[in-house]
Ligand binder design. Structure first.
Ligand SMILES: [Fe+2]
Length: 179
């Protein structure tokens, strides 16, 4: 059973505060991609979608003279580290299972390697699914962070994912003969 829903995570003021920075439209699109990839690669869709929804909440605002300074960002960014930590704290506060919170936080930590030294990371399937979902919605020049969506539409899409994930879990239980 899921302890908390995507809707609860999405509606939390901390999520809303940080998604305002990195873009709600991007977060929702990545969450939908994560659901599709999770099914395709048979990883936990609940974990993958929560990690996807929260993957960019670690962003700082890199403004210089009122404009986003991409060079400053590239040089100093640690949004995956901050995001993983913020997401973990938020999930625990909401009552998420500790094992799930750790898996989700690590998938966020590893959704990009842009801040890490050169080398090859061997990602677990869940981590790869979240990274792929982010890439699937990426646009040149970081434009995916500026896409717009109205709040109601975003919430409806998040709710639709919750319904789908709960249905999958229920069907999985029925197939295993658990009520
Ligand atoms: Fe992203």
């Amino acid at each position: 059973m899921r302890r908390i829903t995507l809707e609860e995570v999405f509606l939390h003021p901390i999520t809303q505060k940080y998604l305002e920075r990195s873009g709600i439209a991007h977060a929702v699109a990545v969450t939908e991609y994560a659901y599709i990839f999770a099914k395709r690669f048979e990883v936990d869709a609940d974990y993958a979608t929560k990690a996807a929804l929260l993957h960019d909440i670690g962003h700082y605002t890199w403004y210089r003279d009122g404009e986003w300074d991409y060079d400053l960002y590239k040089e100093n960014d640690i949004h995956a580290i901050k995001g993983a930590s913020r997401a973990h704290k938020l999930l625990i506060r909401l009552g998420e299972d500790r094992h799930a919170a750790k898996k989700i936080a690590i998938a966020i930590l590893l959704h990009t390697d842009s801040y890490l030294p050169n080398g090859q990371l061997e990602l677990e399937p869940l981590q790869r699914v979240v990274a792929m979902a982010d890439e699937a919605d990426e646009e040149g020049g970081g434009n995916h962070h500026y896409k717009e969506i109205d709040f109601e539409n975003a919430l409806l899409r998040i709710r639709a994912l919750d319904v789908q994930i709960n249905k999958d879990l229920h069907e999985g239980k029925e197939a295993r003969g658990v009520s």
